[in-house]
Write a protein that binds this ligand. Structure first.
Ligand code: ADP
Length: 202
């Protein structure tokens, strides 16, 4: 798309995605968060909002907005409901991502943060995939320091894939068991490799 280098970035909760994506942006990448986009495309007033309501009913509303936890509970055990929801949200996310790409300068390096890149049935076609791995104990400690309860952390981690599953899909693995300085150095190395790839591509 417009000669961009499109990179998907994933990692489990607490692996350091936000930090890494922010740093890629500082290095010059155009960044986008698919979780935020997925929220925006079903926000009240959008076409997605109307379609989700038509399928799942008013009981998923709280304070006039779609209650994402209620929606998640509805599809948790129901494959047909999950497929219906994905068939509403995925095309809208795809369109929003295409819009985002269409306004970037040619040869921009795009980094898309996608927490569930490996778990999703969405057909992602990135030029490269990066994943961030970190020991579970370290991730739990960082999330607890961020104010999450042990139960919340456990629930999120068990609902996600594992580091080896993400690594199997990735071209670059960032190991984030150390300090922030070594994390950022690792990001700098990968960004340099992406710049190199990008110049070979053009
Ligand atoms: P994610 O977006 O993958 O859930 P975050 O980037 O929010 O992860 O990181 C989780 C927490 O751990 C944040 O508070 C972040 O500042 C902290 N963190 C991430 N990497 C490190 C590190 N190498 N050293 C110390 N704290 C870190």
């Amino acid at each position: 798309m417009r000669d961009l280098l499109e990179v998907g970035l994933t990692g489990g909760i607490g692996s350091g995605k936000s930090l890494v994506v922010d740093y890629f942006a500082r290095l010059g990448a155009a960044t986008i968060n698919f979780d935020l986009v997925a929220r925006e495309v079903i926000a009240r007033g959008s076409e997605g909002f109307d379609r989700v309501l038509a399928r799942f009913g008013d009981e998923i509303l709280t304070g006039g907005e779609i209650n994402r936890a209620a929606l998640a509970a509805l599809i948790f055990d129901d494959r047909a409901a999950r497929a219906d929801l994905e068939s509403i949200i995925h095309p809208l996310v795809r369109a929003a991502y295409a819009d985002f790409c269409s306004v970037q300068a040619p040869h921009t390096i795009v980094v898309a943060e996608i927490p569930l890149l490996v778990e999703s049935t969405y057909d992602y076609t990135f030029d490269r995939v990066i994943t961030i791995s970190a020991d579970l104990a370290i991730r739990k400690e960082r999330l607890a320091a961020r104010g999450m309860s042990a139960a919340q952390i456990e629930a999120r981690i068990t609902a996600q894939g594992t580091d080896p599953e993400r690594e199997a899909r990735a071209d670059f693995v960032i190991h984030n068991n150390g300090d922030i300085d070594s994390l950022l150095r690792n990001v700098e190395q990968i960004f340099a490799a992406l710049v190199e790839l990008n110049s070979g591509k053009n």
